[in-house]
Design a protein around this ligand. Structure first.
Ligand code: AMP
Length: 436
């Protein structure tokens, strides 16, 4: 019978690598809390219409990459519904913002999420069909200051801090403004006119985009198209005064905070809902899929979803890519994770009749907050020592004598030292020397 495997583009994450994932998530939570962001968890599947209306019908994500199914009605009172595994999380957060009337408090809502997303992309290194994102959104009614360029700068400064605290070096922040909805519409016309002449010389996708969504042409990665793209008009020339001022205030605040960035007038980002500030953090160590994270402002998204006016700014970072970057930069990380994951003690019962007593001892120690691996009385002593050396810092021998006398023998692997310890003092002993 053929063995079953994880589906293409989806993968298992195993220890000790998962420790690195946890470490990254814990660091993100810590940093977000310092900036007063609270966690939001939205469903993994949503009504398909949510993504069509927010991400945009014409984007690759919606037109080709979504996992969508018809959820049949199970009762007469239920209607069949088209559902989709979320390809990103901003749409879900804004839907929740509208649904729970979060704007009515008048406060800026600062929300972060950590979770899996799903896109049917061609899998390759750093690109998966189930991948993980850590993201955050600052959204609220205009009176909450949600439109202020200071918010953009604060979010970018927070990201610089987060990457620093994660130990990710040599990132580049690329920054652009795609202007207001009106600026974008104007630029789309300018671009469409410019593309009318050159599009026939471009790739098939660009030929289609030149008509349906000219802005997307700037995202094209086909090498042959790059010289043509270089000659196209830049969005900066189509920005209105308001957008220019907003962007200047963002860069000024970043300069003051000492956050370095590079202006990239071609950065328009893959989703339709972005307005004004857009950004991407890249890392040279990642290869072809070099984007660590991306984000921007989405001032009209809430209204596009039928909600109140609620400007916002957010980002999503690829957790898979953070892990790859850290692993590449610091070869020792997996080994160190393995070291850290060694238990405080390994309990070796000397005979199967001592298994139950060993479980009781393990329970005592674990309740004292120690990490314990439990051996088995069917093991020979040599095998117990080998297993213990791999799993724990110390071995605790539990034979008939030890059980009766209440004096246990502990051997510490790092020093080879053997000590007799009364059972009542065992937890304290194991928590002491030999522990970091
Ligand atoms: P996006 O939602 O497309 O702006 O993506 C935000 C970030 O998520 C990117 O910068 C990547 O780090 C990550 N990402 C997006 N798509 C994938 C994928 N298929 N596999 C792994 N990471 C991804």
């Amino acid at each position: 019978m053929a063995t079953l495997k994880a589906v293409r583009g989806a993968r298992d994450l195993l220890p000790p690598e998962t420790e690195l994932w946890n470490r990254i998530e814990a660091t993100a939570r810590r940093v977000f809390a310092r900036y007063n962001f609270g966690e939001i968890r939205t469903p993994i599947f949503e009504d398909t219409a949510l993504f069509a209306r927010s991400v945009g019908e014409d984007t690759d994500i919606v037109s080709k990459e979504m996992y969508t199914w018809e959820d049949r009605a199970r009762a007469q009172s239920e209607k069949a519904q088209s559902l989709t595994l979320r390809p990103e999380n901003t749409a879900g957060v804004v839907r929740a913002y509208i649904e729970h009337k979060l704007g009515e408090s008048g406060q800026l809502q600062k929300l972060y999420y950590i979770g899996p997303q799903f896109r049917r992309e061609r899998p390759q290194k750093g690109r998966y069909r189930q991948f993980w994102q850590i993201g955050a959104e600052a959204i609220g009614p205009p009176s909450s200051g949600s439109e202020s360029p200071l918010r953009d700068a604060e979010v970018l400064e927070m990201l610089a801090t987060l990457l620093d605290e994660l130990g990710i070096k040599d990132w580049t922040l690329e920054l652009n403004s795609v202007g207001s909805a009106a600026d974008r519409a104007r630029y789309n016309d300018v671009l469409r006119a410019a593309l009318a002449e050159v599009a026939p010389k471009m790739c098939v996708d660009c030929q289609r985009r030149a008509v349906t969504n000219p802005l997307r042409v700037l995202d094209c990665k086909v090498p042959g198209d790059q010289p043509i793209i270089e000659t196209l008009p830049r969005i900066g020339e189509s920005l209105g005064e308001d957008s220019k001022e907003h962007f200047a205030a963002v860069t000024e605040a970043l300069d003051a905070a000492g956050v370095e960035y590079k202006l990239n007038s071609r950065l328009v980002r893959g989703l339709d809902y972005y307005t004004r500030t857009t950004f991407e953090f890249t890392h040279g160590g990642l290869g072809a899929q070099n984007a660590l994270l991306g984000g921007g402002r989405y001032d009209g998204l809430s209204e596009a979803l039928g909600g109140p006016r609620a400007p916002g700014i957010g980002f999503a970072m690829g957790l898979d890519r953070l892990v790859m970057t850290l692993q590449a930069a610091e070869q020792v990380v997996p080994q160190r994770a393995a070291m850290d994951s060694k238990c405080d003690a390994y309990i070796a019962p000397l005979g199967e009749n001592l298994n139950a007593a060993a479980l009781v001892l393990a329970r005592e120690l674990r309740r004292a907050r120690l990490s314990v691996e439990l051996g088995d009385g069917s093991f020979r002593l040599k095998k117990s020592f080998e297993a213990a050396d791999k799993a724990a810092r110390c071995i605790v021998i539990l034979g008939e004598d030890e059980l009766q006398s209440g004096i246990l023998t502990v051997k510490e692997f790092a020093t080879g030292k053997q000590t007799k310890v009364p059972r009542a003092e065992l937890a304290g002993f194991l928590a002491g020397p030999g522990r970091e």
